[in-house]
Design a protein around this ligand. Sequence first.
Ligand code: SF4
Ligand code: SF4
Length: 235
Amino acid sequence: MIISELKPLPEILGYLDKDKKLFLVGCKGCAEVCHTGDEPQVLEMKQKLEKEGKKVTGHCVVDFLCDKALVKTRLLPHEDEIDAADSLLVMTCGIGVQATAAVVNKLVHPAANTINVGGVGGTWRGSERCRECGDCVLDLTGGICPLTACTKSLVSGACGGASHGMCEISKDRPCGWEQIYDRLKERGLLNRLDDLMKPLDHNKLMPRPEMMATPRYGLENPPAVPKPAEEVKVK
Ligand code: SF4
Ligand code: SF4
């Protein structure tokens, strides 16, 4: 399971800033278990945003937001509501946010951080990857993760070594930062790159003590069983 946790509301409101109309997307997979993006959570977020003067044009909770084909199909009936929105707020893990950003022609904001608790990760068929950094920056990168799309995991821009769109290190891989640039350009969002990305808060990489005390954490990390003391043979 991929563990996600909602970002604090002031952080979300900070990057929604100029966006007055929003479409909300939730997930019935891992995010439902984490209470990050299930239906009640999405409706609660709607209320909070409306209280802050935002208009929610609609919402959709998809079975598995990490499945791009499914996301595309489920969002199709909401086309008008999505068109009417300035951007989308996606309440799930980094994979779900990336999958949504890949299929809609709009700015997509992550509502959650994806946290590394060890144990078993989710399974999905797409090319999107999340390193569970705990401090999601997809808001600034057009929904493409710089930690996984860039071979050097650069978070502050391209290294400058790419050639014909391919990475200088892994020549068979497209340059992640060129992909970010192209996505933002295509959507008229190149100004996102004006916001200087803050250094990642690596403290968030490890789960907080409150998270470690949850049954979810216990399920993924069974306690170590002490080995029996070795018998000492006396000759
Ligand atoms: S920035 Fe990348 S690694 Fe970090 S939570 Fe977002 S998708 Fe995952
Ligand atoms: S060429 Fe692009 S993907 Fe490769 S290391 Fe440089 S910025 Fe990252």
